[in-house]
Design a protein around this ligand. Structure first.
Ligand SMILES: C[S@@+](CC[C@H](N)C(=O)[O-])C[C@H]1O[C@@H](n2cnc3c(N)ncnc32)[C@H](O)[C@@H]1O
Length: 234
């Protein structure tokens, strides 16, 4: 009987090439094919760049396109198309790696792949290898404790502005990713909720143009940077 392949969802950390696990390195080295997400506008993959020292010369690199659109039908069609490509490779008995920045279970394209793979190929052998998230890398970069004692931490998306933090009770610490074009409203919400005193934004953490910004009124005036996250505490 022909052996089926295996899919690994691998996190390579948020930017610093040394923030990758030993397990991720081994799995990448053993892969026959490396999949990664690319937007239809930009095919450059930082995840591939980080993993490149470990990718075997014989491994194929396949960029899967994930359209940046709110058109649900188009997005759904792309996820299914991508999952089918991966399923075809597994049926050839190959070891495939789907690379993601940060951690694959945290706001990651791997989540969409995982869901579709479960429908298209329920018998598929899949293993997720965790990665260091952007907010863990940022708190470490700042020597800042993310959460301690009996406190709680809310990890939320800023894609819809500050509403993710406006109505929280009993949460002492927040990490906001995907703040992007919504800094103004998030800044307003931080002030409304008393989370503004110790707030800090980190852009391109661990990457060449990394920036740490503590003055949020100044941050509002900058051109939005997608690779920005906010840490805030009461
Ligand atoms: C789609 S989410 C991916 C999260 C990622 N899987 C993780 O584990 O952190 C993208 C958001 O993560 C944050 N992010 C990812 N890498 C970052 C970095 N190097 N510096 C700052 N923020 C980063 C930004 O807020 C960005 O908008």
């Amino acid at each position: 009987m022909k052996k089926e392949g295996k899919l690994f969802g691998v996190g390579v950390g948020p930017g610093d090439p040394e923030l990758i696990t030993v397990k991720a390195v081994r799995v990448i080295k053993e892969a026959d094919i490396i999949f990664t997400a690319a937007s239809t506008k930009n095919t450059y993959s930082l995840a591939v760049e980080i993993a490149s020292p470990y990718i075997s010369v014989s491994a194929k690199i396949e960029k899967l396109s994930f359209p940046m659109t709110k058109d649900v039908k188009k997005v759904e069609a792309a996820w299914i198309h991508n999952a089918k490509q991966i399923a075809a490779v597994l049926k050839q008995g190959k070891k495939a790696v789907f690379l993601t920045l940060g951690d694959p279970t945290t706001y990651s394209t791997f989540g969409y792949i995982l869901k579709k793979m479960k429908c298209i190929m329920p018998e598929a052998d899949i293993e997720t290898i965790p990665g260091i998230t952007s907010f863990h890398a940022a708190s470490a970069r700042l020597n800042r404790i993310l959460v301690e004692g009996e406190e709680s931490l809310l990890v939320t998306s800023g894609a819809y502005g500050g509403d993710g933090i406006r109505h929280i009770n009993g949460v002492e610490n927040v990490a906001i990713v995907k703040a992007y074009k919504n800094i103004q409203d998030i800044n307003k919400a931080l002030k409304e909720t008393g989370l503004d005193n110790k707030s800090v934004a980190v852009s391109k953490c661990g990457r060449k143009k990394e920036q740490i910004i503590r003055d949020f009124d100044e941050l509002e005036k900058r051109s939005p940077d997608y690779w920005t996250l906010i840490l805030a505490s009461k």
